[in-house]
Design a protein around this ligand. Structure first.
Ligand code: WT7
Length: 689
């Protein structure tokens, strides 16, 4: 295989990397703090992250990570990844300036690590189980087939002029061909940007323009919950305003034939004419791998950039240890590839570890609320990783929707994307997991590349507690900061959640705007990465996430800036001003609440304007971003310098007006009463309706 794809003998590397600034000890040495390893917990890691750590306990490895991060990461990187040239230096990072570089001088190819290495060992192993919308119609793709598909797609991209460093937008739901498209980009050194297929044509166009994409890969239609979605039509509308796009490759998900324009190429047909081999491009560790747009508290969505080696290593390591993955397991992460969860735990983590990964195309309630568990039974899923919003939806139905299916294959349950409340945690753990499977609530972000905080049930002394007991992953050093920017010491404290040491999976920049990257993540607390979240550290040192500290909200696990919604609303000619805040919702976690000021002459036609505003948000961003609540007000609460005090609006929207806090800095405090009264009228209208 290696010879066939022109890749040099990369499969047998020394366990320790050569050269390197910090020489790595052959045999890992126990840290000696005068405490015997017996007392500090004696659970040896059954399959250590690198053979150099054989016989170590979790506690010992954690100490090594803290003391000598380069020793840890260097060993793990040389063991777990397949390099075409070894790296010379483990890291070169400075969290004061936002410089992050890992495994310098090394060369590798991500698709080789996700495909070729496994094909060489076991070509017929199933890589993907595509759980299509209709239950019982799943398709399996082996590692050999996925490599072939990837190479054909890579050659197709090449024939369309896509090469190293070029950006490719992928606008498709989760499917084998979408995974092949991601891997095909990595094969030839192109940079993919997957855009969630629920985004509107304008949102897609904005991302394509920012990334200056040369090509778009899409499919004719999407199929979800028994409904057809005309994706190609959305792409057609988007590319009209994207002169950088030279070709659109269109896969056929359904029999529906879509009109083909001059940019369009039928993808499967083109692939069938291409060779099934494609020499992998050797990439520098720090070359761009992909970018993924996500929301910040201000401005347009930002293209978060991840690079090759560090990202892949971190996805691979966290996939194994956070979920207790063992070879042979069927890994079921039901996220869409349009989000980072899909990148790290549907595609890159599982495939780099040679796992069988499930691609879930449907919804939790199609054709009925038993879908997830019927799928678990049929595919014999071992790890099930999903979002609290789906759990909150499902727990409203009869338990029999779960109980009637055999879930004995399940070993680990995982939750991601937003805080999981007690009720959802208990139901997931007790009903789905039969109190038998550890439930890991995993905290991380698009920017962190992989899970950073999660309970670790396999670790010595670990215990399971609802929505709690979260601890940092290997090499993650957490800090809580106070309002003055000082580190908060001790336990039973809350503060701004920061990470104080670099780790390989962290984002490298914001595409085209490194300054924004530095300002958003490294300026607030110099020397630390600021997450944007607040957290509580319990008496015994466990972490619990308390939520965003900025104007980012989380609707059904989808991150959105309230400023983005405001920008969309403000485009309405009759709306001079709006303010959007997040309020809690029992299933979606949070929903948007819009306070809207109308021009005087239109106040009679409120209903009509609100309908138009809903349409605006759906076309500018996505349907899920449309606020659940609109409240027309005469004016917004502003400080003397003209800043809208969203804090007060949030309190009003959440009906917590007895704890409004300090309103003395408002230009005219009487506005608060005005808005509270308007809100009460709104509530009574809702109650009557
Ligand atoms: C934000 C990141 C992580 C992949 C999916 C979301 C929130 C994420 C948790 C959790 C509480 C969580 C945070 C974070 N979040 N996981 N387990 N508990 N909050 O990635 O779209 O980049 O959003 O999601 O607020 O900052 P994302």
């Amino acid at each position: 295989m290696a010879a066939r794809c022109g890749w040099r003998s990369v499969y047998f590397l020394p366990l320790c990397y050569r050269a390197g600034a910090a020489p790595l000890r052959r045999r890992w040495e126990l840290p000696n703090h005068g405490v015997s390893s017996q007392n500090r917990g004696n659970r040896h890691i059954s399959s250590p992250p690198s053979p150099a750590f054989a016989g170590a306990t979790y506690t010992e490895l954690r100490e090594l990570c803290a003391r000598e991060p380069d020793t840890f990461w260097g060993s793990v990187a040389s063991h777990r990844l397949t390099w075409s040239s070894s790296f010379q230096q483990v890291s070169d990072c400075d969290l004061n300036t936002g410089k992050i570089r890992w495994f310098l001088g090394g060369k590798l190819n991500v698709s080789v690590n996700c495909l070729d290495v496994h094909v060489a060992k076991d070509p017929e192993k199933v890589a993907l189980i595509w759980e299509k919308d209709e239950p019982g119609t799943e398709e399996r793709v082996t590692y050999r087939e996925l490599l072939e598909m990837t190479c054909r797609l890579a050659n197709t991209l090449k024939h369309h002029g896509v090469g190293r460093g070029d950006r490719v937008a992928i606008y498709m739901p989760v499917s084998p061909i979408a995974v092949a498209a991601m891997l095909a980009c990595t094969r030839i050194g192109a940079v993919h940007t997957v855009v969630f297929a629920g985004f509107s044509s304008e949102a897609l166009a904005g991302r394509i323009q920012d990334a200056q994409c040369k090509a778009v890969v899409t499919c004719n239609q999407g199929v979800r919950g028994g409904r057809l979605i005309n994706l190609k039509a959305t792409v057609d509308a988007a590319v009209k305003s994207c002169p950088s796009v030279q070709s659109v490759l269109v896969a056929q998900r359904t029999n529906h034939s879509t009109p083909m324009g001059k940019l369009d190429t039928p993808l499967e047909e083109a692939m069938s004419k291409e060779s099934a081999e494609c020499a992998p491009e050797p990439m520098d560790s720090e070359d761009m791998l992909f970018m993924l747009y996500t929301s910040g508290s201000t401005g347009k969505p930002k293209g978060i950039v991840h690079t090759q080696a560090g990202y892949l290593l971190y996805a691979s390591l966290t996939h194994q240890y956070v979920f207790d993955y063992s070879p042979g397991d069927v890994f079921g992460c039901v996220a869409d590839i349009g989000w980072i969860t899909g990148h790290s735990y549907v595609v890159y983590g599982p495939l780099s570890n040679g796992a069988t990964t499930v691609l879930f195309e449907s919804t939790p309630v199609y054709p009925d609320p038993g879908r997830y568990w019927e799928t678990v039974e049929r595919l014999k899923i071992n790890q099930f990783y999903g979002a609290p919003t789906a759990i909150r939806l499902l727990l409203k139905y009869d338990e029999n929707w779960v109980k009637k299916y055999d879930r004995s294959s399940l070993k680990t349950l995982g939750s991601v994307g937003e805080p999981i409340n007690n009720e959802a945690w208990e139901w997931f753990y007790n009903v789905v997991g039969d109190r038998r499977c550890p439930l890991v609530d995993t905290w991380w972000q698009t920017e962190t590349g992989g899970v950073c905080i999660a309970p670790h049930p396999a670790e010595e002394g670990a215990e399971i507690r609802p929505a709690m007991a979260m601890r940092p992953f290997f090499g993650i050093q957490l800090a809580l900061m106070d309002e003055k920017g000082k580190t908060i010491t001790g336990n039973d404290v809350s503060g701004a959640l920061c990470i104080s040491k670099p780790w390989p999976g962290m984002a490298r920049t914001i595409f085209g705007d490194h300054q924004r990257f530095v300002e958003a993540y490294f300026k607030p607390y110099p020397g630390h990465y600021f997450t944007g979240d607040g957290a509580y550290r319990s008496k015994d040192g466990y972490y619990q996430i308390t939520g965003r500290m900025d104007d980012v909200i989380n609707i059904s696990g989808h991150r959105l800036g309230t400023a983005e919604i405001e920008d969309a609303l403000d485009e309405h000619p009759d709306v001079p001003e709006t303010a959007v805040v997040g309020v809690s919702h029992d299933i979606k976690g949070e929903v948007a609440f819009a306070f809207v000021v109308l021009k005087e002459n239109v106040s009679e036609q409120q209903g009509k304007v609100i309908e138009e505003l809903k349409k605006l948000v759906a076309t500018k961003i996505a349907k899920y971003a449309v606020p659940d609540h609109f409240l027309v007000v005469k004016r917004l609460p502003k400080t003397r310098s003209g800043k809208i005090m969203r804090r007060i609006l949030r309190k009003v929207a959440m009906e917590q007006t007895d704890s409004l806090g300090d309103v003395s800095t408002l230009d005219d405090p009487s506005v608060v009463m005005e808005i509270i009264e308007e809100h009460q009228r709104y509530k009574s209208r809702l109650a009557k309706a």
